[in-house]
Write a protein that binds this ligand. Sequence first.
Ligand SMILES: Nc1nc2c(ncn2[C@@H]2O[C@H](COP(=O)(O)OP(=O)(O)OP(=O)(O)O)[C@@H](O)[C@H]2O)c(=O)[nH]1
Ligand SMILES: [Mg+2]
Length: 635
Amino acid sequence: MTSSSEHAASSTKVDDTEESDPRTAATAEALVSGVRAATAYGRSDLAGRLQTAHDRLIEPDVNVVVIGEFKQGKSSFVNGLLNSQICPVDDDIATAVPTTVRYGSERRAFSLVASPGASETTDALPAIERREIEFAAISEHATEQRRTVHPELDVRSVDIELDRRLLESGLVIVDTPGVGGLGSAHATAALGALSVADAAIFLSDASQEYTRTEMAFLEQALDMCPHVTCVLTKTDFYPAWRKVLELNEGHLGAAGYDLNVVPISSSLRIEAMKRNDKQLNADSGFPQLVGHLRNEVVGGASERERSHAKAELLAVCDQLIGHFEAELRAINNPETRAELMNQLAEATERSQQLKSQSAKWSVTLNDGVADLTADVEHDFRERVRTVLAEADAAIDNSDPAQTWSEFEPWLANRMSHEVVANYRLLTDRSTELSAEVGEHFRVAGHGILERLDFGDAGAVLDRVGAGTTANFDRSSTLMQGMTVLKSSYSGILMFTMLGGMLAVPGIGVLAVGIGLAMGRKGLKDEKARQLTQRRQQAKTQIRKYTDEVSFQVTKDARDNLRRSQRQLRDHYSTRAEELHRSTSDALSAAKQAAQTDERDRESRLRDIEAELERLRALRTRADGLAAGSVGGAER
Ligand SMILES: Nc1nc2c(ncn2[C@@H]2O[C@H](COP(=O)(O)OP(=O)(O)OP(=O)(O)O)[C@@H](O)[C@H]2O)c(=O)[nH]1
Ligand SMILES: [Mg+2]
């Protein structure tokens, strides 16, 4: 039975939510003070930077992708988790597009529809229209039904907003279509999605142990995403689930993964929620999973956001403090004023250089993207060449008329494997490049701050020392780059990107072409001639297919890289611009101080001291924030 309407009995006391983390609240408050300070000093750029960190801290997007083969209970799991019948569950009609469930103060649903000719847009990001739909219509957009009910719509995904406390912390649950074996287009899409997801939940029901294809898929998934939770579903229905669980853990162990499989029952969960039965809820296995999602997945993400926010706040404090300290020194130390001006002028000059196209980070980025584009294309060409050699050998040793039905899925599978491997190269190398660009920026930026040796004892030197670490700390720079990179892939993109790639028209028609040459009886020569002809036809078709896949893969890689390049460039240009503004502001403040007469000087000194006191207090507050280590921020 298909049901898309949320059942009403949701005000239950079986409540697995909890209060938000006080550390996050403290960090958010400090950021708000930072925004106020930056705004008061006329630095809307720095205020904007803190506001962004604040918004991300308060509303992080923590994407958790639910994956597995067909009919393993993925949609039921999402419904059980959220205690609502939002994802269509059906024995016959399969989930067809990814369905994203996120927090919203009201229940709303949207269908994301690609416009015709969408892939022709500049960045090859399909132009996606977000149309609001009735809750009751979710099923006809998210499942195979869409082809009959809305044949005119190219639905790419469905977005649901739901008022659930579990989602309030930023958790975004993505229900996906069954992967249908490792080689399928959906499997490729799911793997692509995993590389940018925060976590994945792999579901398999208790009817049997992991199949070979499930293990193959799971191994790739574990390779792509470090946070994969394996879940065994429908434990209420299969009495031998403990045995299956043990076998599955055994398979994982044999593959080198020391992982526990979590047993659950969505049916029990829904029933427990209806009856408000805590014991039944515990039996369903969901509390354990909810705990895991909250503590490890959301908790880990908030910790990263807090670290990031802290680093941002320290960096902003340092830039603001630097300004007043330069002015202070210019007033207090007339004898070294000239030297200070030189230092500031040089720092300004350097930050100007850092903004330019010829800055090392910028050159590294541009060259890196060019090289990477070439490398990724070369890699894929080589991969296709290998596949073609294998395919040709197989064709030459058989009669395509007989072997074609097995050959087709083999080829699609093989190509899918290469697409994933190539995509992996793309993401790994982009990550490396982003780190390299960040490192160049860090070193150059550090160089600028080092110039600003204010020469005073105590707190001032302290600031320069600590300030440089905060502002240009290696891991926080790396994290900033990662964040940029990740945002260039996120959301719906992750599915549309790889999803369409393998669903290339071409392979299906192969059989037709070959079928024509089949079944005729004739002389031996004629038979041999026909066999050669069939082989030739098969090879031509294979090339058509691989060409089409290559075209799409290459195009997608280019678009991806171009997008990442632009985002990284914008990110570091903004940082450079900020630094330039800070150094040149400090220079003009110092110049002005030199011209101030004795009387005004006294009152200006008092003002500066007061501002510095405020800013240093804010900095101390930022420094004391319990953020957690930035070290866990690679992803
Ligand atoms: N007894 C029992 N049945 C379940 C449970 N979870 C799912 N099912 C049934 O399994 C079938 C498939 O469930 P779905 O949630 O649609 O599975 P799916 O993985 O989303 O399926 P696709 O999206 O089509 O791949 C349905 O008939 C569900 O009622 C469970 O915990 N217990
Ligand atoms: Mg489903």
